[in-house]
Ligand binder design. Structure first.
Ligand code: FMN
Length: 202
């Protein structure tokens, strides 16, 4: 199984799929409704220690019209829960020095062994770029790397310039790999980045 990171259309970056990317998969060939989030098939999975990422997950659910029953704390979720969704929105805060939130490693170990072919994965996370600039939201990269063998397709990458001075694993090859909510940014800035992320998911 190969994990797909088709590129943003304008640059044809092989690592990330964008809204209108001309990918190798027929489902991504156009900007049709095929790639729009379907709330019936969208699952949100988060890990949160002090509640920030949990709040963000609820905010995403409200914005996208995802039912509460489809919002899962990985501390209590099983990989079986994942299988009913076509679009997975996976979120973790970053702790220690660039590490996954505590509830994620066990879940990710199991999820990383699953066949997620045909499923799209978009990443979000919480961190603090002001204090932890070198490891800002690195947990998102941990999740992405942990799913490298699952055959999933990552979506939701957008221009790293939206994160000025970004020097962590969040930003690679000019792309932010998902929506990183920054404790040190303004609400307006975080909100604007959320909209860019949602637009990139398609
Ligand atoms: C001890 C400690 C270590 C942290 N390490 C990082 C880090 O390496 N990178 C980062 O972006 N944020 C780091 N943070 C910030 C948290 O990720 C941030 O406060 C986040 O909003 C917590 O979300 P949660 O309540 O959902 O767990 C750290 C915070 C603390 C207290």
């Amino acid at each position: 199984m190969a994990t797909h990171f088709p590129g943003r259309a304008p640059r044809e970056n092989p690592q990330y799929a964008g809204l209108s990317a001309v990918g190798k998969s027929a489902s991504f060939a156009t900007g049709s409704s095929l790639i729009k989030p379907n709330k019936k098939m969208t699952g949100i999975f988060f890990g949160s220690t002090t509640g920030t990422t949990e709040s963000v997950a609820a905010r995403i659910a409200e914005r996208l019209g995802v039912a509460q029953a489809d919002v899962h704390n990985v501390a209590a979720a099983s990989v079986e829960d994942v299988k009913k969704y076509d679009l997975l929105l996976l979120g973790s805060s970053t702790w220690g020095s660039g590490e996954l939130q505590d509830d994620w490693p066990g879940f990710l170990d199991k999820l990383g062994k699953e066949d997620l072919s045909g499923r799209r994965v978009a990443l979000f996370g919480c961190g603090d770029a002001g204090i932890y600039s070198d490891t800002f939201c690195d947990a998102m990269a941990e999740i992405r790397d942990g799913l490298a063998s699952t055959g999933c397709t990552f979506v939701g990458g957008f221009d790293a310039e939206e994160y000025p001075g970004c020097g962590s694993r969040l930003c690679q090859d000019g792309e932010a790999i998902g929506w990183a909510v920054d404790d040190s940014a303004s609400d307006a800035e975080n909100q604007m980045r959320m909209e860019l992320w949602i637009a990139a998911i398609g």
